[in-house]
Design a binder for this molecule. Sequence first.
Ligand code: IMP
Length: 468
Amino acid sequence: MVSAILGYSDVLVGTQYGDEGKGKTVDKKTKSGMYGIVARYNGGKNAGHTLEEKGRKIVLHQVPSAIFSRDIQLYIGSGCALDLEKLEREIAEITSFGIDLSNRLNISDKALITCPHHIMLDAELGKELGTTGSGMGPAYADRAMRAEGSRLKHLRFADLLDNPSMAIEVIVENAMDRGLDSRERIEAKAHKILEAAKNLEQYVPRDPLWLLSQVNNGENVLFEGAQATLLDVTHGTVPFVTASHTIAGNAYVGGDLPPKYHRKTFGVAKAIMSRVGNGPFVSEFGGSRSEHYCAEERGKRYTKAYERTNYNVEELLKSDDPFHTGIALRILGEEYGATTGRPRRLGMLDLVALKYAVDLNGIDELHLTKVDRLVDFSRTQLPGIPIVVAYEVDGRNIDYLPTSTDFLKTAKPIIEYRPHIKEDLSGMRNFSDLPPEAKELIRYIETSVGCKISSIGVGPEREQYIDL
Ligand code: IMP
């Protein structure tokens, strides 16, 4: 008997609150030629992965990030919740970039479909949490509800393809139950969703074990987590989290592959952290003032254009108010939400949270992004690069991430300052080029969190990174 040649799978996850630069990291990893497939296992259009090629920018929401590596297959697993009309538009935009997905994109027919009532409910109920309004919470909740009497509470892609009239009834009646809109409008919307499903059918392999069969043919898979560890529905800063499991273990549930193929776990961390939406963020510059400023309704006003026109970065950098430091770093680092355009809240690199993410996901190697931006601290009044090494809660120092959000909200950061980096790192491509302060900082982080940093990002372009 001839034994099958098996492939393997790796998982890449965000270690903070999202927007760590996962898309670009996936893009870099796939250039190695090691992977035949990049797969998603959670989330939906709430994700925003920005990729740049030759000065052109594209923001992906639902399609996996490896679009530029044209020989790589893309897979969207059953753990994702899809907005089909938006997915169709995203594919059209990718096609306009000269990238043909027709024989590359594969979507699980078990993937959840976000329906009009999910989006409407999220717009209402997600306000307090600061969600992206993509319907994630209500969609995953309906999956857990399964059915109400004989009517399904949620739909999977297969339902739309195999039983369209039932699917229309489910979409319409679930919305009518909530009294969310007129029957006429919901019916029109339901037909549009069905039409999108038909147009996307070409991407749906009907074998539920399609990914497994590829791996059994020797293909290697890179699972790409959406959102990030601290937004995990159970392990993040509950309730200010997304509605799916973001952590590496879920790749083998939402990604439709048995865990026996797992090889390595990669984590992506950003040198200056960010968070969009509400919720605790111990290392935030400007604390609750920044959270309030960046919050949903007001955040819409403080756009990139607004902040660039109305603030003087040099003056902000000279201020000893951390709230001003945060705004300056946001403008310099262009930290605005890829999905919502909201200003991202910025904070110091938090090693307590990073160690938690390393341990929880079992991360083997870290990629640290935006290391070039650390130079901005040398223009501030701060005595060095601020790093959070522990928390003070109720007069006690702790070195772990507390589970209770109320507890976490009262935590004060204990800061250590590392020597400033003064040189521009953006043109550097070798570890040996880096100034001693940058090398020392990398070693310091590795030792503190107990994980190797295998590469760093030094700018927004695809080739701006250094393998260590
Ligand atoms: P939801 O995922 O839309 O339900 O939003 C829940 C929380 O996760 C909110 O704080 C969002 O801002 C945050 N979130 C969701 N997706 C992303 C992402 O891709 N990057 C960063 N934050 C995200």
